[in-house]
Write a protein of this length. Structure first.
Length: 226
């Protein structure tokens, strides 16, 4: 494993609060609690849908933004025997956990803030994943659209962005979903107040010639081509 770009500028309080939720202790139960119970019962988009998305979308040079524990890349079927994988996150704990899980591959890590220019080369990656990431990024769709611009920059022409995000507006929600979404907002783990599927679609269209958004429960699944 190679570790690159490990220095970060100071981050704002909202961003820091969101990433502080990913402690070593919480990552130990992340797959079972978040990807298992929450995705299926609360957000109503089971993780098997996300596994399929990874298996369809990953290329030979892949950037995973917000890799969590590395669960999805661990279950991915790469089209080449030796993929080049870069993991990017603000949380060093997430980078360490996912890199360790994926140690059988050629893995590099990059600690960076999504709201700043990414310290990565332009036109390098065949695919970029942002799975369960955008709902933790503050600033609304205006700020998150800037993230799409940076992702488009690091993708090669014809490369693919794919991912998911939990929505807080523009989709039907049951009582349990509303209650637990409000709790995530109170804790500062989620910064997605007002995030709706239409805003996501507009942000993608601003930076990609082709894109698609599909809603599953409270989750938007998206795909775009550079």
């Amino acid at each position: 494993m190679r570790s690159d770009h490990s220095d970060c500028e100071p981050v704002d309080a909202l961003t820091r609060r969101a990433q502080e939720a990913y402690t070593e202790r919480r990552l130990a139960v992340y797959d079972a609690v978040v990807l298992g119970l929450f995705c299926s019962l609360v957000w109503r988009c089971p993780r098997r849908e996300m596994v399929r998305m990874y298996r369809r979308g990953t290329g030979a040079r892949h950037l995973d933004i917000g890799p969590g524990t590395g669960y999805f890349l661990d279950r991915c079927r790469f089209r080449v025997p030796h993929p080049e994988i870069t993991l990017l996150d603000l949380s060093q704990e997430c980078l360490d956990a996912s890199a360790h899980r994926l140690a059988r591959y050629r893995v590099s890590t990059c600690r960076a803030n999504l709201l700043e220019a990414l310290p990565l080369p332009s036109g390098h990656f065949d695919s970029v994943a942002m799975n369960l990431v955008l709902h933790t990024v503050p600033g609304g769709w205006a700020a998150k659209s800037g993230v799409f611009g940076e992702v488009a920059r690091v993708l090669r022409p014809g490369g693919t962005l794919f991912g998911t995000t939990v929505l807080a507006a523009g989709v039907p929600m049951n009582r349990l979903t509303r209650r637990l979404l409000a709790e995530q907002h109170r804790r500062g783990n989620f910064q997605n107040q007002g995030d709706d599927p239409d805003g996501l679609a507009r942000g993608l269209r601003a930076h990609f010639p082709a894109s698609r958004v599909v809603v599953r429960g409270n989750v938007a699944m998206f795909r775009a081509t550079a």
